[in-house]
Design a protein around this ligand. Structure first.
Ligand SMILES: Cc1cc2nc3c(=O)[nH]c(=O)nc-3n(C[C@H](O)[C@H](O)[C@H](O)COP(=O)(O)OP(=O)(O)OC[C@H]3O[C@@H](n4cnc5c(N)ncnc54)[C@H](O)[C@@H]3O)c2cc1C
Length: 178
């Protein structure tokens, strides 16, 4: 039986897995995700989700993955790919054989040189865990500097204001959202 492994259990990986079933693929599907949760939507993280939800907005619940026979590995990172033997080495020490491999590893915020990610009071906003940590720090009167005046930075700034924080937004280009 053909086995399709998908590295990255974000929106792309999850929707690709369901799309394979909808298009009639009958083989095995395994979704490999580094985060501890089932795949979830990131857009709410900078909006009301930052302010309200203690759980992420899941793309589907466990039952739907089971019905669709999609195996989901959470909290597991794909560490290397052996293309000769068609196997993925996983962070839990296991090795997963595949026939086809989809890389759905997504995007990450641009890091600053010599500044460790998520150290002390500095956070990036990408995951549900990031959103929870940021929300915890946004008490009334807290001071927040947001670096980046794109959609996510502006949404975060607006949410922080709603929570009573003082916000300074820094954008390198002449205008925000340019
Ligand atoms: C705060 C925020 C707000 C957003 N708001 C909007 C919006 O309003 N509208 C909109 O259209 N888009 C929005 N986006 C963008 C949207 O969320 C992304 O386009 C979308 O998440 C991309 O999905 P993806 O599956 O390609 O990648 P990702 O969401 O980055 O998912 C990739 C997944 O792969 C995992 N992964 C990576 N490498 C490995 C590995 N080696 N092994 C195992 N797992 C791995 C990662 O942990 C991650 O969970 C927002 C994004 C953020 C962060």
């Amino acid at each position: 039986m053909t086995h399709i492994a998908i590295i990255g259990a974000g929106e792309c990986g999850a929707r690709a897995a369901f799309a394979l079933r909808e298009k009639g693929f009958g083989g095995e599907i395994t979704l490999i995700g580094a985060e501890p949760h089932l795949p979830y939507e990131r857009p709410p993280l900078s909006k009301d989700g930052l302010a309200q939800a203690s759980l992420p907005k899941f793309i589907a619940g466990t039952a739907r993955y089971e019905e669709a026979r999609i195996a989901v590995l959470t909290g597991v990172t794909a560490e290397s790919i052996d293309r000769v033997h068609k196997a993925v080495r996983l962070s839990d020490g296991e090795s997963l054989d595949y026939d086809r491999l989809l890389l759905a590893t997504g995007a990450r915020p641009r890091a600053f040189p010599r500044v460790p990610e998520n150290a002390g009071r500095i956070r990036t906003l990408r995951t549900h865990a990031d959103a929870l940590a940021i929300r915890g720090a946004l008490t009334p009167g807290a001071r927040l500097a947001v670096i980046g005046g794109g959609f996510i930075g502006l949404e975060l700034a607006a949410t922080a204001r709603k929570l009573g924080a003082e916000v300074v937004l820094v954008e390198g280009l002449p205008r925000v959202l340019s």
